[in-house]
Design a protein around this ligand. Structure first.
Ligand code: SF4
Length: 228
């Protein structure tokens, strides 16, 4: 696979996308939200924690501070109390309130809908902005490279870059635009169910004949774990 031509890699990538479409035809964001504002806050909270954990705290959060103005005026300590069951809640509480303040002060109380503007919100980087644009506004400008997308695309040798930002650039250069929107939704599910972080289920994986890492990661990771 190391000498794979650009055309062969594209064809393999398109076949991977087609099989993901077959496997996850209705893949959707698992966060619970009713507006771009709630989505933005939910995605902020979801860093390094599960969507399930986020969905447990957001009903109380959004019921207590339902609008950007309400949250902008909230005490950070009170927000911390509500979200304290999720990781990094000190920083996330500060970012939630800061984010709401910028939405109110700079954008008239409405979540902005461009990549550039979204990244002016505290705690919002390109990955979060991609999710908000795609799921909240139906605008696909890139691919949200989270831990699942990063891990899987590297195992599949669709990307080799060291950072999520560079990985996104590699994927955008490889895949046609019409494929971008589904990658995160599908790989998040695929990464939870099949190509898991510690012990990928390569036997029976629908991509095994297209994957240079098939059967290898299990051994590599087992060796790594034995040493650690
Ligand atoms: S074959 Fe294994 S490493 Fe490759 S995509 Fe499938 S589960 Fe992941």
């Amino acid at each position: 696979m190391s000498r794979e031509s650009k055309q062969a890699r594209l064809e393999r990538a398109l076949e991977i996308c087609a099989r993901m479409d077959d496997a996850y035809p209705r893949a959707a964001c698992a966060l619970t939200y009713t507006s771009p504002f709630e989505l933005t806050i939910a995605v902020l909270l979801s860093a390094q924690t599960t969507d399930v954990a986020v969905n447990k705290v957001t009903p109380r959060l959004f019921s207590r501070w339902p609008t950007p103005l309400d949250l902008a005026n909230a005490e950070v300590g009170e927000v911390e109390e509500v979200i304290r069951t999720i990781g990094f809640y000190h920083t996330k509480a500060r970012n939630c309130v800061g984010c709401a303040r910028v939405i109110v002060d700079e954008y008239g109380g409405e979540v902005p809908s461009t990549m550039e503007e979204l990244q002016t919100l505290p705690g919002v980087g390109r990955k979060t902005a991609n999710v908000v644009l795609t799921e909240g506004f139906g605008i696909v400008e890139g691919i949200a490279v989270d831990t699942h997308v990063f891990r899987i695309t590297h195992r599949l040798h669709l990307a080799s870059a060291a950072t999520p930002a560079q990985t996104e650039r590699e994927l955008l250069a490889l895949l046609p635009r019409e494929n971008w929107g589904a990658v995160n939704r599908q790989f998040v599910l695929f990464g939870r169910e099949v190509c898991t972080a510690r012990s990928p289920h390569c036997t029976g994986c629908p991509l095994s004949d297209l994957c240079p890492s098939a059967g290898r990661d299990v051994n590599v990771q087992a060796r790594t774990q034995r040493r650690s």
